[in-house]
Design a protein around this ligand. Structure first.
Ligand SMILES: NC(=O)C1=CN([C@@H]2O[C@H](COP(=O)(O)OP(=O)(O)OC[C@H]3O[C@@H](n4cnc5c(N)ncnc54)[C@H](OP(=O)(O)O)[C@@H]3O)[C@@H](O)[C@H]2O)[C@@H](O)CC1
Ligand SMILES: Nc1ncnc2c1ncn2[C@@H]1O[C@H](COP(=O)(O)OP(=O)(O)O)[C@@H](O)[C@H]1O
Ligand SMILES: [K+]
Length: 503
């Protein structure tokens, strides 16, 4: 029995399979079933979801492509016709002989059921719902010809679009667009395996609301294939509750090094976030000698130039370095990289590392010395570290994060829509929370600080659990703000407070 479920929020971690693995899962599942069963189940699942999300839609247009994704659409058309809807199928090919066998069988079933079938549309009929069954896992190049034309028509009309398996024009594995044209869906029903590209880069934006149907196959078939990543859980993994006899020394120290002239706010935001995350003591060591304490947060302690003290805060704290670091941060990085036992490197600290081979060596050698590092680049910072264009990072975010993690022997948080968390020897995680309310200056500083504040409370661990939890909660606060109707950006100082009130 097939079961369609919403994917987000994900209460438990979910495996995300690459295209090759997804195809092997399909082949293994098909081998244990009568011919054509999976496509029939896929079409039924699409039709049921269409009726559920658009119950009043009388006129449904199905855009069917040249492969098996089109076959799923033809099956859905058949069921929607039986359910009394006015269905028109627009096939991108008139050459029925060229359809793969499963899709050809669905074509004949649809025709026999009286579905109206047309080829190569110039215009689309007015519809209440459009089903995008143009391209699925087989999409390997920029949409061209009739497929490209159909995508453009789908995006130009008003009705909501339900995408089958993946919005056409999106790469299911990377979340990058294959070309200029991609379907903007209101809903996407992912079939059999969930794919990483639905959750990162352009995926979240193009998919709309995400649904999943495993087409009733045995769970063992999915478990038999190694995933490329997992979708993190969007529920809280709380720290141990505070004991009655605990004191501020029980919750670790954080030292924030950042805030070059003109950028004091960035370091203050990170320090505020570390405090709110629950660190016992938070010290602020500004890179601007003229900068004073954060008057809005008298709890923070002003400690100038901790990098000049041979033994002290740098040796025993969780250090967050780089927020608003400017170019001067490069000067303090040698002692910071040498001494900090647990280090979060953000923003200008990463830019400084990107341009200095000695700093790169010092960073990469930390793990061998038993020191732990977490890097939190946004795509441009990641591109500088990898010495490639930003577009190349965004074209394969999982791979970029894995490369950085291997090169620097560190936990890496590649930020942006669907942040990727990677570390050597671990399956990468795509974070399921967050939205564009976070697209405003300073929210990255808040993430780095919160991460440091979380990590300081579990100093015996590497930065992996703290990174997962900080990224999840950061996004969850934005999701909660969206649900509460916030229209504008979630300003960074307010984000700190919002995170405090988010599980
Ligand atoms: N079989 C089953 O039982 C089940 C199948 N399922 C469904 O099958 C889907 C995978 O089907 P698929 O492998 O046939 O690939 P699909 O995505 O339809 O496209 C291939 C066609 O598109 C063409 N094409 C590619 N790129 C193009 C471009 N940019 N612009 C234009 N054309 C382009 C490509 O041409 P070619 O590159 O070969 O020249 C080829 O003709 C999967 O996502 C799921 O929906 C599931 O429901 C489970 C049950
Ligand atoms: N569209 C978006 N969807 C989800 N998260 C986003 C989006 N835009 C930005 N973010 C998040 O906001 C933060 C921005 O960080 P960053 O670019 O470093 O900003 P800054 O340097 O100004 O603090 C990151 O955690 C990023 O993942
Ligand atoms: K599709």
């Amino acid at each position: 029995m097939t079961r369609t479920t919403p994917v987000l929020p994900a209460a438990t971690p979910l495996p995300l399979h690459g295209i090759a693995a997804a195809r092997r899962i399909e082949t293994a599942a098909a081998a244990g079933l009568p011919p054509h069963t999976l496509m029939q189940r896929a079409g039924l699942a699409v039709a049921r979801l269409a009726l559920a999300v658009a119950p009043h839609a009388q006129r449904v247009t199905v855009l069917a492509g040249p492969g098996n994704n089109g076959g799923d659409g033809l099956e859905a058309a058949l069921h929607l016709t039986r359910a009394g809807r006015q269905v028109a199928v627009w096939l991108t090919t008139g050459d029925i002989q060229a359809l793969p066998p499963d899709a050809a069988q669905s074509y004949h079933r649809a025709r026999e059921a009286g579905v109206r079938l047309h080829t190569t549309p110039d215009t689309l009929p007015a519809a209440d719902l459009v089903i995008d069954a143009l391209l699925g896992l087989g999409a390997s190049r920029a949409p061209a010809g009739a497929v490209a034309q159909a995508i453009a028509l789908a995006n130009a009309q008003q009705a909501p679009v339900l995408a089958v398996d993946v919005p056409s024009g999106l790469h299911a594995e990377t979340g990058a667009r294959l070309g200029d044209l991609a379907v903007q869906a209101a809903h996407t029903l992912s079939l059999l395996a969930l794919k990483p590209g639905l959750f990162t880069a352009e995926g979240r934006g193009l998919c709309g609301r995400l649904w999943h149907d495993d087409l009733g196959i045995a769970a063992e078939l999915l478990a038999a294939e190694a995933p490329l990543a997992r979708l993190g859980a969007s529920t809280a993994l709380p720290l141990a509750p505070r004991g009655h006899a605990q004191h501020k020394g029980s919750f670790g120290d954080v030292a924030v090094v950042g805030g070059a002239p003109g950028m004091a706010g960035a370091a203050r935001l990170a320090a505020r976030a570390a405090l709110a995350a629950g660190a016992g003591r938070v010290y602020l060591s500004p890179l601007d000698p003229a900068s004073g304490n954060d008057d809005g947060r008298p709890e923070l302690m002003h400690r100038p130039q901790i990098w000049l003290q041979p033994q002290g805060l740098l040796d025993r704290s969780t250090v967050v370095c780089g927020c608003g670091g400017g170019s001067v941060v490069a000067e303090v990085l040698p002692p910071v990289l040498a001494q900090a036992p647990r280090l979060v490197l953000d923003a200008d600290a990463l830019n400084a590392v990107a341009t200095d081979a000695r700093l790169q060596q010092a960073l990469a050698g930390r793990a061998r010395r038993g020191q732990h590092s977490v890097l939190t680049p946004h795509p441009l910072e990641a591109a500088r570290l990898l010495r490639c264009p930003t577009a190349q990072v965004q074209a394969d975010r999982l791979n970029a994060a894995l490369q950085l993690a291997a090169r620097f022997d560190a936990v890496v948080v590649l930020k942006g829509s669907g942040s990727v968390i990677a570390a050597p020897g671990r399956l990468p995680v795509i974070n399921p929370t967050g939205n564009a309310l976070l697209a405003t200056a300073g929210t990255g500083d808040v993430l780095a600080g919160w991460l440091g504040g979380t990590w300081a409370q579990v100093p015996q661990q590497d930065g992996w659990p703290a990174a997962l939890e900080a990224v999840r909660r950061h996004g969850a606060a934005a999701d909660q703000a969206l649900l509460q109707g916030l229209q504008g950006p979630l300003r960074a100082a307010e984000l700190v407070e919002a995170m405090l009130h988010t599980l």
